[in-house]
Write a protein that binds this ligand. Structure first.
Ligand SMILES: [Zn+2]
Length: 124
C-alpha cells in the first residue's frame, strides 16, 4: 500500500505543476508545483541564465519526468517481482486468446518501456 495520490499524474499548464484527477469532484487537481524557473532563467548567484525557450523545454521535461513517477514505481516493482522468480506464460501459448504467448517478464518489460516513454514525453 502506498500513500501517494494514485496515478496517472499529469503535467499541468506549461509544466508549472503536476496533478492528477480529483478523486472527489473530477477534473484536474494540482499535486505540486514544479519550481525552478528562477534557477533556469535567473542571473543571480547559482542561476543558469538560460534563454526562455530553452528553460521552457527543461521545465516541461522536469514536469514530464515527475508526472511519470507512479508508472515508473509500478513498473520497477513489477520488473523486480518478475526478475526474482521463474518466468511464466500469462495464460496460453498465444494461439487461443491472442495474448501472443507473452510471459510475466515480457509484460513487466512492456510496462517499463511505457513508463520510460511517459517520463521522456514520447516514444521509448
Ligand atoms: Zn493466452
Amino acid at each position: 500500500m502506498t500513500l501517494h495520490s494514485p496515478g496517472p499524474w499529469m503535467v499541468g499548464y506549461r509544466g508549472m505543476d503536476v496533478g492528477c484527477e480529483n478523486a472527489k469532484i473530477g477534473g484536474y487537481t494540482k499535486l505540486f508545483d514544479v519550481r525552478g524557473w528562477g534557477y533556469l532563467t535567473g542571473f543571480g548567484h547559482g542561476a543558469l541564465g538560460l534563454p526562455p525557450e530553452e528553460a521552457t523545454k527543461i521545465q516541461m521535461a522536469n514536469a514530464t519526468l515527475a508526472a511519470a513517477a507512479p508508472e515508473l514505481l509500478g513498473a520497477l516493482e513489477a520488473l523486480l517481482e518478475a526478475y526474482y522468480k521463474p518466468d511464466e506464460r500469462l495464460c496460453c501459448n498465444g494461439l487461443d486468446c491472442g495474448c501472443k504467448g507473452s510471459t510475466v517478464l515480457q509484460l513487466a518489460e512492456h510496462y517499463a518501456k511505457q513508463a520510460i516513454a511517459k517520463a521522456k514525453g514520447g516514444a521509448a
